[in-house]
Write a protein of this length. Structure first.
Length: 87
């Protein structure tokens, strides 16, 4: 092979009605198996597991010196709207 040569795959069109029918029968049979048996009958897409762990999520407004917002002496530290880059 020369320096500019390369290999490629060859595409072949088979024009046989029996083979085409057999191919489509297999495609339909496999699709029906996946949809009907695996998904609907056995619920293969609905695997369930016990939940393990705890999630805690809280939001608090900004405060001066990062004090506790539930404390009465804590002061809010909101930035003015004209200083926010997204407003």
């Amino acid at each position: 092979m020369g320096i500019c040569a390369y290999e490629t795959t060859k595409l072949v069109a088979i024009r046989d009605a029996r083979l085409a029918s057999l191919r489509y029968i297999f495609v339909v049979a496999i699709s029906l198996y996946v949809v009907v048996f695996a998904m609907l009958e056995e619920g293969g897409y609905l695997s369930s597991h016990q939940v393990v762990g705890v999630i805690r999520f809280s939001l608090e407004h900004p405060t001066k010196n990062n004090c506790d917002p539930s404390d009465a002496s804590c002061i809010n530290d909101f930035a003015p709207l004209d200083q926010l880059p997204y407003c």
